[in-house]
Design a protein around this ligand. Structure first.
Ligand code: MSP
Length: 510
């Protein structure tokens, strides 16, 4: 089983393009594994406890659970409308999740990884974390976090602490043994440096927040709740956990193959999470992919800037494939991207409508294919040098796309290469001019049409994780090929293609 997760989303505000993007990346990877015939378990969900939600609910005159349920439903609806293919949507307010978090706490406590201490420091409610001294900036009206600019509050309380400092060398050893655990690799170096600078024990309970999972009774010396990050990270194992099992995870699904996270929450996933798992003798996930952030027209997306937009609205306006394509093509791997609507429009017009849409429509149109059948399957000996070079490019493309989506997770590179080959195919089409040969040299015309239609068939599978709606529409033209669909020559002579009337794949935006 190939198991992949997204972060779980805070329920203090409705989903926006950043949340959509994290889930989109996981969806692309999950879809590709399914294309390859793997069974996939894809989990997403919502992170519902903590001070941030408690405060947001208060300001809206709602109970935290009311707010959480409302916003969680909105996330689920958005992801369903987006066509994301998740198998499990977890909420951290589910009883089974709460039970596992408490069981995990009890185990950590029994094994002496937790102790009662005092904790004081500057707290960032928005990110739900204490901020290290070096990161705190004093201004006239208070203290601020240097990296995020968020105003901090002073918190001092009796807390339970997790002996994170004990895991410093084990974590470093893990990174040494797994040089590609974090992708992109530059982020792994940042994490290693952070660990090398020294880890302090981590406060994992809150006595000033009621909206959370209570610290289990047997350990209770203060009336506190479990730190929301320990609670939230546990979703990765609780989502598939069988509560009648001795184990803390479901071995069919865990360890996850990939956690997709934004760069802002890497530290929690790359330091705290593996340390908790090591302490509880639970295997670690196999890989973490950290993506960059989206701005809009050069500005941070935030309520205060007033530039938050609903991704579903954009996909209704331009099609869900266009939004997916734009996001995947625009941001280079692991780096930030800037959302500019006119760029989305030009990608839709140029790459999708002109390059791909026209190719498919011309190749399947009545002018070139009046009876809609594959008239003849050419023998290999008939292929010219330019035919061979195109076929060779396609077979190399299959290998490259697989490597990008399975190993490097460089989705942008996969997209760029696919569209380069679409470009090559368009050129081939123009150079070979099958419309001219149709009457002059029927045999050659049939060979060219076979090559074009077979190329389009293979390309339609390669684009499935990127633009699944268009991919399915192209694939519907052909009869399904179950075994080795990427192999050249699967299209058989005499096959009747199922070509819709007035077939238009993408409509241009004026
Ligand atoms: N609840 C935590 C995650 C817990 S995971 C065990 C959280 N939630 S979040 O809702 O604030 O963010 C979730 C994801 O959305 C993160 O991966 C974050 O990077 C992503 N994004 C939020 N805003 C974003 C952009 N503007 N651009 C890209 N992604 C960003 O953190």
């Amino acid at each position: 089983m190939y198991s992949i997760t997204t972060p779980i989303y805070y329920v203090n505000a409705d989903p926006h393009i950043g949340h959509y993007y994290s889930t989109l990346l996981a969806d692309v990877i999950a879809r590709w594994q399914r294309v390859k015939g793997k069974r996939v378990f894809f989990q997403t969900g919502t992170d519902e406890h903590g001070q941030k939600i408690e405060q947001a609910a208060k300001s809206k005159d709602k109970t935290p659970l009311e707010l959480a349920t409302e916003v969680s439903n909105s996330f689920k609806k958005t992801f369903l409308m987006a066509g994301f293919t998740f198998d499990r949507f977890i909420r951290t307010t589910e009883p089974k999740h709460k039970l596992l978090v408490q069981k995990l706490w009890t185990k950590l406590s029994k094994d002496d990884h937790i102790y009662l201490g005092k904790y004081s420091g500057h707290y960032n409610i928005s990110d739900e974390c204490f901020v290290a001294k070096g990161q705190v900036e004093e201004r006239l009206d208070g203290y601020y976090c240097q990296t995020t600019g968020v105003k901090l509050i002073w918190q001092e309380e009796d807390n339970y602490l997790f002996r994170l400092s004990k895991f410093q060398s084990k974590l470093l050893q893990h990174y040494e043994e797994n040089p590609n655990w974090i992708i992109p690799n530059s982020r792994q170096n940042e994490i290693i440096k952070f660990i090398q600078d020294g880890l302090e024990d981590l406060s994992i309970s809150r006595s000033n927040c009621e909206w959370g999972i209570p610290v289990p009774d047997e350990a209770k010396k203060t009336n506190s709740t479990i730190y929301v990050w320990l609670d939230a990270l546990t979703n990765y194992i609780s989502g598939s956990w069988k509560d009648d099992s001795e184990l803390f995870y479901n071995p069919d699904v865990w360890p996850a193959e990939v956690h997709v996270v934004g760069k802002d929450i890497l530290k929690f996933h790359a330091i705290y999470w593996p340390a908790f798992l090591m302490a509880a003798d639970i295997p670690l996930p196999k890989r973490i992919i950290a993506h960059g952030w989206w701005t809009k027209d050069g500005e941070k997306i935030s309520k205060s800037t007033g530039n938050v937009f609903d991704p579903i609205q954009k996909s209704v306006e331009y099609s869900s494939d266009a939004l997916r394509y734009y996001l995947l093509r625009e941001a280079s791997f692991g780096h930030d991207g800037d959302f500019v609507e006119t760029r989305l429009q030009s990608k839709l017009n140029c790459d999708l409508a002109d390059k791909l849409g026209n190719l498919v429509c011309r190749a399947t149109g009545k002018r070139l294919l009046p009876d809609g059948t594959i008239q003849r399957k050419p023998s290999k000996e008939e292929y010219s040098e330019s035919d061979k070079s195109l076929i060779n490019e396609i077979s190399k493309l299959v290998v490259h796309v697989d490597s990008c989506l399975t190993h490097q997770f460089d989705i942008q590179s996969a997209v760029i290469s696919i569209w380069e080959t679409i470009g090559t195919l368009n050129q081939y089409f123009a150079q070979q001019a099958p419309w001219r040969l149709k009457t002059q040299d029927v045999k050659r015309y049939q060979t060219i049409m076979y090559i074009i239609l077979e190329s389009v068939r293979i390309l339609s599978i390669l684009i499935e994780p990127i633009i699944p709606v268009a991919a399915a529409r192209i694939q519907n033209i052909y009869q399904p090929i179950l075994e080795n669909p990427f192999d050249w020559g699967k299209l058989e002579e005499g096959i009747m293609l199922n070509i819709p009337e007035n077939f238009v794949l993408f409509t241009k935006i004026a």
